[in-house]
Design a protein around this ligand. Structure first.
Ligand code: FES
Ligand code: FE2
Length: 340
C-alpha cells in the first residue's frame, strides 16, 4: 500500500463468510492475511480454518480435500486432519506416531456471520464480537440471509478506510448526495470498541422523499466498530431502524474481501423473509450508497498527517489515535511475528 505506515494487518475478528453458506462437508480454498488457507465444516458442525498446506508433502487441502467425520482428508495420500489442526489418521500406517500438525485459526459463528481471529503477534483472542442486535432479532427485523448478505468481493481497499467513515460526518453531502453534513453528538471508546452518534437530517432540502414523505426528519446515525474489521452503521429515522455492517478482511497488503450485511425494521404486519416496502427500498438504497464509498476507498492514498479543518479535526484525530492500537504488539512492536 502506497504511503501506508504499518507492517502488520490490524488485530481483530474478521468476517470470512456467512454461516448459512458453509454447509456440512463443504471445503473451500481461501486466501486471507497473505496466506493460503482452507475453510471447511466437519460432520460435527464445526467450522474450521487451517493453513492450506498438508505437512506431509505439501498438497493444498482446499483443492480436492474431503470432509470425513471430524477431519479433512488430504487429496494427495489421504492423511486426515482434525479441525484443530491435529493429525487424525494416516490410513496406510495407522500406528505411526507423527508429531505434526497444521496451524489452526480461531473461528466463531455469531449472528449469522463466520469469523476468524487475526493477530500478527500470535496472541489468542482477547475479545469477542457480540453481534448486531438487529441481526439477532428476526421478529422485528428481516433475516440477514440471503437478501441482506451482500458479497462485495475482493477490492483494493484496506480495513482502515471503511472504518474511517466513523468520524467522517462531512462526507455525506459529497459522496452520498445528502442535503447536509451530520452533527457529532457522542464519542465513546472502550479498548477495541468505538461507538459514535451523529445527528442527521434525513431528506434535508427536499419537500418529501420515499424515506421522509412528510418532509425532512431529524434522525441519527449510530456507528459501532469492533477493531477495524467489523463496523456497523445504524440509521434511525423515527422508529424505523436500518443496520448495516461493513466487514473488511485483508487478503494481502493492498486488497480485502468485503461483505456488506444489512437489515431493516419489518414492515407492519409483514412476517415474511423478504424485505418489502420501505425496508426493501432502504436496503437497496444503502447497498448502492456504500458503493459510492468504495469508489473513494479503492483509489484513495493514505494521508498520515491530514490538514484537518473545522469540526472533523477532533473526531478524526481521536479516530486515528484509537485505530493505532490494532497495528502494534503487546510491547509496542510493529513487526509481525514470523509465520503471521
Ligand atoms: S500431501 Fe497430504 S497426505 Fe500427502
Ligand atoms: Fe460513506
Amino acid at each position: 500500500m502506497r504511503d501506508w505506515p504499518y507492517e502488520a494487518f490490524p488485530t481483530g475478528w474478521y468476517q470470512i463468510g456467512y454461516s448459512a453458506e458453509l454447509k456440512t462437508g463443504d471445503v473451500e480454498p481461501v486466501k486471507y492475511f497473505d496466506q493460503q488457507l482452507v475453510l471447511f465444516r466437519t460432520e460435527d458442525g464445526q467450522a474450521s480454518l487451517l493453513d492450506a498446506y498438508c505437512p506431509h508433502l505439501g498438497a493444498h487441502l482446499g483443492y480436492g480435500g474431503k470432509v470425513q467425520g471430524d477431519c479433512i482428508e488430504c487429496p494427495f495420500h489421504g492423511w486426515q486432519w482434525r479441525g484443530d489442526g491435529s493429525l487424525g489418521t494416516i490410513p496406510y500406517d495407522p500406528e505411526a506416531d507423527r508429531r505434526v500438525r497444521i496451524p489452526a485459526w480461531h473461528t466463531r459463528e455469531v449472528a449469522g456471520l463466520l469469523l476468524a481471529w487475526y493477530d500478527g503477534f500470535g496472541r489468542e483472542p482477547f475479545w469477542e464480537w457480540p453481534g448486531i442486535t438487529e441481526f439477532l432479532d428476526e421478529e422485528n427485523f428481516y433475516p440477514i440471509f440471503p437478501q441482506g448478505a451482500d458479497h462485495i468481493g475482493i477490492r483494493k481497499i484496506i480495513p482502515q478506510s471503511p472504518v474511517e467513515n466513523t468520524p467522517d460526518f462531512e462526507h455525506f453531502p459529497y459522496v452520498h448526495g445528502a442535503g447536509r453534513a451530520g452533527n457529532p453528538i457522542l464519542w465513546e471508546e472502550k479498548e477495541h470498541y468505538l461507538r459514535t452518534r451523529i445527528s442527521f437530517l434525513f431528506g434535508a432540502n427536499k419537500a418529501k422523499t420515499w424515506l421522509t414523505p412528510d418532509g425532512p426528519m431529524e434522525g441519527e446515525i449510530e456507528t459501532e466498530a469492533w477493531g477495524l474489521g467489523l463496523s456497523n452503521a445504524r440509521f434511525k429515522v423515527g422508529e424505523f431502524v436500518t443496520s448495516q455492517l461493513t466487514a473488511t478482511t485483508p487478503v494481502d497488503a493492498e486488497h480485502s474481501k468485503l461483505f456488506d450485511t444489512i437489515t431493516a425494521t419489518r414492515e407492519p404486519g409483514d412476517a415474511g423473509d423478504e424485505p418489502t416496502g420501505r425496508s426493501g427500498k432502504m436496503i437497496t438504497f444503502q447497498k448502492g450508497q456504500i458503493r459510492h464509498d468504495f469508489k473513494i476507498w479503492e483509489n484513495q492514498r493514505y494521508v498520515e498527517h491530514p490538514p484537518f479543518a473545522g469540526r472533523e479535526a477532533d473526531a478524526y484525530a481521536s479516530f486515528r489515535r484509537w485505530s493505532k492500537q490494532f497495528y502494534f504488539g503487546p510491547n509496542g512492536e510493529s513487526k509481525p511475528a514470523a509465520g503471521h
